[in-house]
Design a protein around this ligand. Sequence first.
Ligand SMILES: Cc1cc2nc3c(=O)[nH]c(=O)nc-3n(C[C@H](O)[C@H](O)[C@H](O)COP(=O)(O)OP(=O)(O)OC[C@H]3O[C@@H](n4cnc5c(N)ncnc54)[C@H](O)[C@@H]3O)c2cc1C
Length: 1159
Amino acid sequence: MATLNSLKQALRQKAEATNPSSKQSLSVTQYSAGFDILMQGPGWTTYKDFIIPQLSELLATLCTSRSHISVLEIGPGPKSVLGYLPTRLRRKIGKYTAFEPNGLFAAKLEEWLYSASLDTESPLPSVKNAPDIFQNPFVLQDVREHDKKYDIILFCHSMYGMNSKQKYIEKALGMLVEESQGGIVVVFHRDGALNLGSLVCHRTASFPTGVVRVLDNNEALDCFAPFVAGFVPQDAITRDNWRKVCRALGRNDGAHPGRILFSAPDIMMAFNKHATSLPDLLTQVPSANGGKVVKNWEARIHSPACIVRPTAISHVQKCVRWALKQEVGLTILGGGHSGHCLRPNVVAVDMGAFDQIDIIATRDDDIDSGPNSDSGPLVFVEAGCKTGDIIRKTTTMGVTVPLGARPSVGAGLWLQGGIGHLARSHGLACDAVVGAVVVSVVTGDILCLGRVPSSHWPVGGVRPSNEAELFWAICGAGTNFGIVISVTFKACRAPTFSTRNWIVPLSDNLEARQRLRDFDDLVARKLPRNYSADAYLYWDVGKLHLGVTMFESITPTTASTPSPIDVGAILGLEDDSKPLEESSATVDGVGLFEAEMYVSRMHGGHGGGKTSSFKRCLFLKRIGEVNVVDSLVAAIATRPSPLCYLHLLQGGGAIGDIGPDATAFGCRDWDFACVITSVWPRHQDGTEASRSAVQWVYNVVGDLLSLRNCTGVYGADLGPDPRDVVLAAKAFGQNGTEIARFKGISDPHRVLAYACPLPKTPTQQKLIILVTGESCAGKDYCADAWVSIFPRCARKPLTARVSSISDATKREYAAASGADLGRLRFDRAYKEHHRPTLTVFFQEQVRQRPRLPEEHFLEVVHDATDVEVLLITGMRDEAPVAAFSHLVPDCRLVEVRVQASERERRTRRGLSGIENGADNSKDSDKDRPNIAALNYCPSLIFDNDTAGNRAAERFAERHLFPLVHEDLQRLANMVRSVPDFPRPNIEFRHVLGIAQQPDGLALCTSLLETHFIGDWGKVDAIACCEVGGLVYAPALASSVDVPLVLIREAGKLPPPTVSVTKTSSYISSVESKNAKEKKMEMEQGVVRRGASVVVVDDVLSTGETLCAVLQLLNEAGVIAENVSIMVIAEFPAHRGRQLLRQRGYGRVPIQSLLVFDGV
Ligand SMILES: Cc1cc2nc3c(=O)[nH]c(=O)nc-3n(C[C@H](O)[C@H](O)[C@H](O)COP(=O)(O)OP(=O)(O)OC[C@H]3O[C@@H](n4cnc5c(N)ncnc54)[C@H](O)[C@@H]3O)c2cc1C
């Protein structure tokens, strides 16, 4: 499958060879038709999974510092991609300008921008003035727009037709706003490699898996090929040749017969105003002047802005300070084996000049004290050294360090784990690290951690206050927190290694199962720590093979011991038809590099010629189990190239001696590290062959990950490919969340944005508290008390702010009436004086703009993107949670109604400006405002009759803190998202799946029990209906000791029953193809009339089910006033609360543990 770019080259060449003079530019309609093909089917996936999320992230950062942003979009097409951003970001766009040379597109774009209806707002609702849509290309010479400035300039469709792309970017850079936090130029380009010279990008990301699908018929190809080539051939022969080129280069996909697929990798680059600042750096730090060998082919395809080669720590500091100042990232180049070391238009820091190795010998009898002891010789290693350098130098001194199997691998290995043949006896490479010197990417300071030999203590080096935490993170996840200058290893005595090999041809799967099981049970598990056994599964000379190498490490003090098992007998037993190939040798650590089976024996030493490879590594337990063996054998059977293989490196022993939380390397419990390696001839780099080889690795990884035998992923191998994001989540075991959190602290400006991907930090869902109540109940006072307590929350300090929703109205009223805005806001008497006219003013505004309350609400929410808890005062709306929650479906919205006795309120009214007066007189129920008079039920009620903050604070601790407790986040993390289910473009949240997670049901039960705002002692029954309620309610009922009431589909419960008819929501009707109406029943008399009932269900979306349940309970004599609802998850977008209210159930309290955006 060719890329679009190679298709373009091939089409142009063919046209040149066939009839060079027969070219014509594409007409507007021809261009549109080609463009449509690009956007259909999988083409849209690139937008959905890459462009829209990337753009959202960039805009979200920009929007935190601005109330509105201005956008210039170049070549948007018939609709702007901005229209697909989350609502809150679309609403931030206040000004929109576009250059769209295609007249058809320009007209459609304009029409689309104005496409608001009664139910839907326009795509960019805050663009108040008519957007400027220029129906011509954005050209370098054009000066008309030069004086206009933008926050964001977007080239979305691959800079179509722009030849010197760097110049266009430079022109756009000149059109960015000049505020301190300037704007950004963003380019999305459908070509995996985009060279923009020495421009330095602020952020970059790639999407290698983009695909475009085109119908395999002449009409479609005649439309698609000219669009890709950029011109229309005028002769039939070229047209015919072009069809042949498309068919030859595209791939026919069995899943989509009659279609041809082309690869369309996409890249994003974002530039800020510092994009041209490379010369500043080059005056301070030497550049590499070529010569650096980058081993990784993924990295090699990128053109960095420059490779610098610091020769002193001060140079590294200058790189960091330059990057901080320019707000750009850096890549660090160690051994060059990972896909991170070079990124397009990012400065790479080659550490090669830091190549010192120093063995600091202590007493000889300390040598074998092992890596975990505090005494022993130290090996000081700078970050530009390679594994081979270290082993060669230390071996000559009789010591060594447990490193990996290839001599060319660099610091990335010992910073991120380091698995080698000494791991079972001495642990991982990162376990032997006892000290490090690191340049901080927060300040550029030199930080010394742990044991740094005094002879190597750098000038200016300091111990950081978080030394222990940073050292913990460096040992196992060390590429993400600073630029490591050197590490100190604890050495061990250098052993010699006795190696023995077996190569066993396997006749079928059964034999493979038997042999691998025997290998695991009878060989590997029986070996002492100074032995390790590796296995290989590979295909050679037309047969599947099992290769086994056994390594014994021998030191003078641990002389060679005979193998406790007769391996030959075991591996030979099942293969009496073929003699075993056995050979043995004794080598030192250096010789060991050549003893690896994949280097010396397999595939004739790996094909002999130049090859490229791609690998990912998973940790497995019990590899002899049938499911594992079958997956491994199936993997080899589907290998896309004959050279692919699986390598199983034995673990256990000293690796597991260290607790999973003792270092950042959290995956300690595994028997084998399974390296899935695809290999292809180097000349096929970047072709379909290499792409399918890479995909094979991910397919095998996907299969193995789903097995319970898989206990983790090796992070050192992960790269920038988005397919690694799922693997990153499993790369650090239980430490993932902590590492991700620490990254936020130790690299807040993302200088090391391109290191090993980390698990995503769970984002705190915003909590919005609407503080309502009658005048002088003390709303502002309480809001102030609560806002000050969130940052002091002991478990998890949260940022919080109070905003008044009425400020916007007051502003407009003051402008219209001449009233004093300051006094309206802060002078109670003045405010009271104006209240009647202010109310009339607001009512008139709402009459003219019915959506004004919603607009005000959203304005307040959008201006508070920087806080985790927002308290809103001044709401005048009835049932505001039901009315507004769909506008902020990704937030948790609750209403706290503040109430005080009439006497108290009168007192406060008298004491102008001091809301919580010192009057401690007890209220009497008689003068309490009647909550029952409200025709809805607020989420929480606070009785604000006592003076001082204490009661308000206690209320927050008891009722508000639980809403932001990490257990809710833990529960949310158990809800798996399933894209495109049950139909395309729907992201399904598997709420019922919580019950299938370890501890899921128990957590859910305890949260339901503790979050209930009523008194379980007064509840007579818990009602639940199938299927969600039936899963969660029984455990709760048992825990709170309340009987269950089962509600089921008609016909499932024995008579006599009461029943109601339920209308299916449109969601459940897509899930099941059942009729639109269903009957629901419960047994008659199962609950007494007048009982108090809690209804438990899994989900509140449209509210149809809960309405039916309430109706059914009513039929059974349980009135709505005596019912409460608790659901696991609410989807406010479907406005379920509103439906319940419309059907007369507005006074039923509804509590939801989780709130999700979407379906
Ligand atoms: C052929 C081959 C054999 C391998 N064999 C083994 C093996 O036997 N055992 C094993 O455990 N792993 C092995 N690996 C995996 C290897 O450990 C990782 O690929 C590792 O990331 C490579 O490190 P590097 O320095 O060579 O690569 P680089 O690409 O230069 O660096 C890797 C990562 O480390 C970061 N980094 C490098 N230097 C520094 C520094 N000074 N400060 C901060 N960050 C830095 C880089 O930014 C990058 O993110 C092998 C990989 C290959 C390709």
